[in-house]
Design a protein around this ligand. Structure first.
Ligand code: AMP
Ligand code: GLY
Length: 420
């Protein structure tokens, strides 16, 4: 099978890594990719937001499966363009991607499907905002309605800061604060059948101890030793299947990856948000544990054959990933700094630990030097017999990487490994 992956993050590197290990994959392409992905896939240039360009590239390469990684191309309708060209595509249509593209739309679908989520108001004027903030009280949760790369949400006790964030957005969702640990649960769906993956936990705040601003995600681990073993079945029944059914009944079936961001509250599971694609960095740890070859799973979702897919097989191993981010991330990151230590990790830590690239590129024509090219730069991933071993291996590899001014959290999976 010829496979084309669209995107350039650590998630796409994780996808390409798994696909490169799948014997069914005869040729693997990625566009636009990054310096790390170049080691496992043939890179092509493309404007990932341009559906015509992506489908033309897929035709030219003879792709038999196109996987669209990030949300922006999905929301822009890139999957529709590829599907129109007659090529199976893993990723929802533009209309279905509104589950991620508009928080107000997602709330509407959840209400119709009876999916548990926080109470919320959609506001467009300062008066509505003031009323909603007053109705819920602190801590205030204010979300930009549209896509914001994980940075459109402000959770604060400060009424003025909450109102100021709302004032900067065209339309906001203001909602009840949800207390309790968060879980990311991904499901693969063809619009009818739903196959949940293993749950993971993401660390969204920039600094240790969950301090600092929200980011796209600073690390993740799987499995969750503290979670109720019935969690996945419960979420399948109360969240994932009803949402997929509701989307189909609306005439806008959702196929691809449905990501449920959940809060495990004292009153039960609540959806914090949906995403319409694999999460980053959770994908890095979930795929590290998936034993079933990936291409066939994604192809079955793309072609509507998921009901016939044998049960997924999972490794008993634990996996941890630690994100190394640029100086100043999640603000405007500094880029162009050389990265050292990649060869040392490959020599000393493989196969249990490996580096997945996000914002990296070669330094011009110099294929020996990799430089930073974005906010999140690397996602150092490791497996082990338990979380303690996986995190030791991940941090040992992190210690070999040199990137001037970079930052990473030191407490990824620490509490879960300690049994807390
Ligand atoms: P979202 O983009 O909706 O996932 O929000 C980003 C992060 O903000 C979440 O992972 C939570 O940590 C936090 N958050 C979002 N909504 C809520 C809520 N209703 N209550 C508490 N925290 C929230
Ligand atoms: N890990 C959060 C996200 O992918 O949105």
């Amino acid at each position: 099978m010829n496979v084309l992956v669209i995107g350039s993050g650590a998630r796409e590197h994780a996808l390409c890594r798994s696909l490169s290990l799948d014997p069914a994959v005869t040729a693997l392409y990625c566009a636009p990719g990054n310096a790390g992905i170049a080691e496992v896939a043939e890179l092509h240039r493309v404007d990932a937001l341009d559906g015509e360009a992506v489908s033309a590239l897929a035709v030219e390469l003879g792709a038999e499966l196109v996987i669209v990684g990030p949300e922006a191309p999905l929301v822009a309708g890139v999957a529709d363009a590829v599907r129109e060209a007659g090529i199976p595509v893993f990723g929802p249509s533009k209309e279905a991607a509104q589950l991620e593209g508009s928080k107000a739309f997602a709330k509407d679908v959840m209400a119709a499907a009876g999916v548990p989520t926080s109470r919320s108001y959609v506001c467009t004027t300062p008066e509505e905002v003031a009323e909603a903030l007053d109705a819920f009280g602190a801590p205030y949760v204010v979300k930009d309605d549209g896509l914001a790369a994980g940075k459109g949400v402000v959770v604060t006790d400060d009424l003025e800061a909450a109102a100021a964030h709302a004032a900067g957005c065209e339309r906001v969702v203001i909602e009840e604060f949800l207390d309790g640990p968060e879980v990311s649960l991904f499901a693969i769906t063809d619009g009818v059948s739903v196959v949940p993956l293993q749950p993971a936990q993401d660390f969204k705040r920039a600094l240790d101890g969950d301090e600092g601003p929200n980011t796209g995600g600073m690390g993740a681990y799987s499995p969750l030793p503290w979670a109720d073993p019935k969690l996945v079945d419960e979420v399948l029944e109360t969240v994932l299947q009803p949402t997929v059914d509701e989307m189909r009944h609306r005439g806008t079936p959702f196929s691809g990856l449905l990501y449920a961001g959940l809060a495990i509250t004292s009153r039960g599971v609540r959806v914090i948000e949906f995403n319409a694609r694999f999460g980053d960095p959770e994908t890095q740890v979930v795929l590290a544990r998936l034993k079933t070859p990936l291409a066939g799973v994604l192809k079955a979702a793309a072609t509507g054959d998921l009901a016939d897919l044998p049960a997924l097989r999972w490794s008993e191993d634990a996996a941890v990933t630690v994100v190394i981010a640029s100086h100043n991330y999640p603000g405007t990151p500094r880029t162009g700094d050389p990265i050292s230590g990649l060869a040392e990790v490959a020599a000393e830590d493989a196969p249990h630990a490996y580096v997945l690239h996000a914002g990296t590129k070669y330094d011009g024509d110099d294929r020996d030097t990799v430089v930073s090219a974005g906010g999140r730069v690397l996602s150092v991933t490791a497996t082990g017999t338990d979380l303690t071993e996986a995190r030791e291996r991940a941090y040992q590899a992190v210690g070999r990487i040199g990137l001037d001014g970079s930052q990473h959290r030191t407490d990824i999976a620490a509490k879960a490994a300690a049994g807390a």
